[in-house]
Structures are given as structure tokens and as C-alpha cells.
Design a protein around this ligand. Structure first.
Ligand code: V47
Length: 377
């Protein structure tokens, strides 16, 4: 059995962390300055102890995973963000687009393999119609059992649909919900800063619109996730401001389920001279996410991006979720990821069990599918 800490239990090397530890022990919200002090500190184990305490208060000794299936219907995209290796222009070598039948077949295959989620994210195809997107959700929904959750389209795609349909984003979300959409993934947030946006993703959805679309989804009882793309041109202060914007949004609309920091992969992007993230930074960012986002229930390490070893370690750095079986992942692999594209349920259970936590299979909404006891294979 794990025991709860008071501040005196945290073994801190960095005295700058002491006032933060007192706040964590008392359950007091951390400030912008606290967040920056955490990032400036090298006391990774001190930060881990605090994040682990918060993680256990929220999620006990459980670490979640899921059986899911990612589908990326097209990489044709009119935005062409500098950090993205996935996007192609129409007709460019490597550009692809799936038919509706192929998208539905991939979803059915996922469901037959035991997935509880199909996760659909695409580029912004200049020729796809609004009806195509709505039909995609309807046909996928009709083809798979009700318990399989359709988590589809980032806020960036929702804004794109609103533009092509000449509708409001709220109307688009309502249409998609009526067609069977259950949840939105958290992508496309990047870093909420006009400076970084102007420098590297100027055509993309603004911070205000990204946050508004998630608030609208929450108002329709569509749960969503949130992300932060880190390790490129952003400053540490911009990371903390991003986290605070997410925290404020969650205070206001309450529908974020999980925060997923996305570790930048530079290969084949316009930012390929940048070094990418380190394991130290990945673990620190996950832990700081846990500490700053006191109102978001789950922190997810996407093993595809941080790697299997960091994902496993992250379960003592505030993380209570290591995502899923995934099966087919293109966005990070086209940017140089060397992780596998898929894991089995047994891989995930074994990874979690080795850390002493209880593996829990969940669905997108964190409904529990199965709790693995100590002996179960
Ligand atoms: O929106 C793009 C990011 C996102 C790169 O909600 C990159 O459960 C790193 O959002 N290096 C898509 N990241 C992935 C995503 C996601 C993944 C897993 C789970 C969930 C969830 C959401 O990936 C994009 C963008 O922010 N991205 N290029 C890159 N080179």
C-alpha cells in the first residue's frame, strides 16, 4: 500500500522547490511563477515525488491503457505547419487519401480486434466536402458496436469544416454529434502563443478558437482531451502560459478528460535542425503537467512520442495513462519516431505491472473495462 505524503516526506535537493512542495502537500493551486520555478529546477526526483503524490490522490495506484485504433484518412493538408512531417499538398509524392469504405473497414477491423475507441485525425483536405466528414462519422458509427467510441477530429478540423460548410463551429459539433461523434482528441493546440504561431503555424487555428471549440464541445457534453506540442521553438514561460490557459478553460467548461504533452519530432520537418526533446525534459513536462493541471483528471504519456522506456518511467512522474495499442500511427513516424506502430494488450499490461501499479483497461471516457489483478496474464 502506498502512503500519503506531507511536505516533510518530499526529499528535495533544490531549496527553490520547498514553497511549491508546501503548496502541493496542502492541495493549493500552483502559480505561473511556481510553474516556471519547476521548469528551471534540475531536481527531477523532487518534482517526481510531488507529481506522484498528486497522481495517487487522483488515480490511486491505477495506470490506464486502452485498446484503440488510430486512423489518419488523409495527409493532404492546406495548412503546412513547419513542425509537421505528415502533411502533403495535393498531387505531391507521398500524398494519400482513403475512401469512406476504407476508413469504415479500418474502424471495423479495429472493433473486431477488441478496440474500444477509433481515433480519427486528418489533414485539411481542400476538396473534401462537409457531407464527406459527417458521412464518415455516420458510417463508422453504424458499422461498429455502440461500446466502441468514435473520437474524431481536432479543433483544427472542426474549424475547417465550419469554414467549408459556412456554419458555426457549434453547429458543426452538433451535426457531428447527431451523426455519432462521441469525443474530440486533443491535437492541434500546439503552443498558445501568437509568437510561435506566427513563426511556425501561421495558417492554423488560433488559441482563442481552439479553446472556444473545446468549450463548445463541452457544452454539448462531448468530452475532449488537450495537448501541448513542446520541444521546438517555444520558451518555458510559453509552456507554462499554455498550461494555465488549459487550466482556466477547464475551470470554465470542465470537459477535458486528459492532458497529453506531445514531444516534438523534428525529422523531415522544416524545423529538422532542432534537436528534439530529451528524456529529462519529457519526464519533467509530464510531471509539471500533473502539478499545474490540478483540475484535469488524467495525464497521458503517448508512448508513440516519448518512447516505451520513458512512458513506463512516467508512471512515477505523475502519469496515470499510457494510451493504447494504436495499431497504425503516421504523424510521429513520418517525423522520425522509432517506436513500434502498435503494442499488444499484453505488452501494455506487462509494462504497467513492472512498475508496481495496477493495469486498468479503460475506454475513451475512462469507463473501466477491466482491472488486472496481480496474477492475471
Ligand atoms: O495535432 C504534429 C502533433 C498531433 C508532430 O487526444 C507532432 O487522445 C510531434 O493530438 N512531432 C496529433 N508531434 C496527435 C494527437 C494525439 C495523439 C495521441 C492521443 C491524443 C488524444 C491526441 O500531433 C497534432 C500535432 O499537435 N504533431 N507533428 C511532430 N513532428
Amino acid at each position: 500500500m502506498w502512503k500519503d505524503h506531507d511536505m516533510s516526506d518530499f526529499m528535495l535537493i533544490d531549496p527553490a522547490l520547498e514553497p511549491i512542495a508546501a503548496k502541493v502537500a496542502a492541495g493549493t493551486r500552483l502559480s505561473r511563477e511556481d510553474g516556471i520555478a519547476l521548469y528551471r529546477s534540475r531536481d527531477l526526483i523532487g518534482i517526481a515525488q510531488m507529481a506522484d503524490q498528486v497522481r495517487r490522490e487522483k488515480n490511486g495506484d491505477r495506470v490506464h491503457f486502452m485498446v484503440n485504433r488510430h486512423i489518419n484518412p488523409t495527409n493532404v493538408c492546406r495548412n503546412r505547419c513547419k513542425f509537421c512531417a505528415f502533411a502533403r499538398s495535393e498531387g505531391e509524392e507521398g500524398a494519400y487519401e482513403m475512401t469512406l469504405d476504407a476508413i469504415v473497414a479500418a474502424a471495423v477491423e479495429g472493433a473486431n480486434d477488441g478496440a474500444y475507441e477509433v481515433h480519427i485525425v486528418s489533414g485539411l483536405h481542400p476538396d473534401w466536402s462537409y457531407d464527406f466528414y459527417v458521412d464518415m462519422v455516420r458510417k463508422v458509427r453504424e458499422a461498429i458496436p455502440k461500446h466502441v467510441i468514435v473520437q474524431a477530429f481536432t479543433a483544427v478540423e472542426i474549424e475547417h469544416m465550419a469554414i467549408i460548410a459556412k456554419k458555426t463551429t457549434l453547429e458543426v459539433l452538433q451535426d457531428l454529434k447527431d451523426a455519432g461523434l462521441d469525443a474530440l482528441p486533443g491535437g492541434g493546440a500546439e503552443i498558445f502563443s501568437d509568437r510561435t504561431r506566427a513563426a511556425a503555424w501561421e495558417k492554423k487555428t488560433t488559441s482563442e478558437v481552439w479553446l472556444r471549440i473545446h468549450a463548445e464541445a463541452h457544452s454539448l457534453d462531448i468530452k475532449t482531451n488537450c495537448t501541448m506540442l513542446y520541444g521546438h521553438i517555444e520558451t518555458l514561460e510559453e509552456r507554462i502560459d499554455h498550461l494555465i490557459s488549459l487550466r482556466e478553460q477547464q475551470d470554465a467548461s470542465g470537459g477535458f478528460l486528459a492532458f497529453i504533452p506531445l514531444a516534438f519530432h523534428p525529422a523531415n520537418t522544416e524545423l529538422e535542425d532542432l534537436p528534439g526533446t530529451t528524456g529529462f525534459d519529457d519526464l519533467k513536462t509530464l510531471a509539471i503537467g500533473r502539478l499545474m493541471l490540478d483540475n484535469i483528471p488524467h495525464i497521458k504519456a503517448f508512448w508513440i512520442m516519448v518512447g516505451l522506456k520513458v512512458a513506463q518511467l512516467s508512471t512515477v512522474f505523475g502519469v496515470d495513462d499510457i494510451d493504447g495499442t494504436v495499431v497504425e500511427e503516421r504523424i510521429t513516424h513520418m517525423a522520425g519516431a522509432t517506436t513500434p506502430e502498435a503494442l499488444t494488450k499484453d505488452d501494455l499490461v506487462a509494462m504497467i505491472r513492472e512498475t508496481g501499479h495496477t493495469p486498468v483497461e479503460r475506454d475513451t471516457l475512462y469507463n473501466i473495462i477491466h482491472i488486472y489483478d496481480e496474477t492475471e496474464a
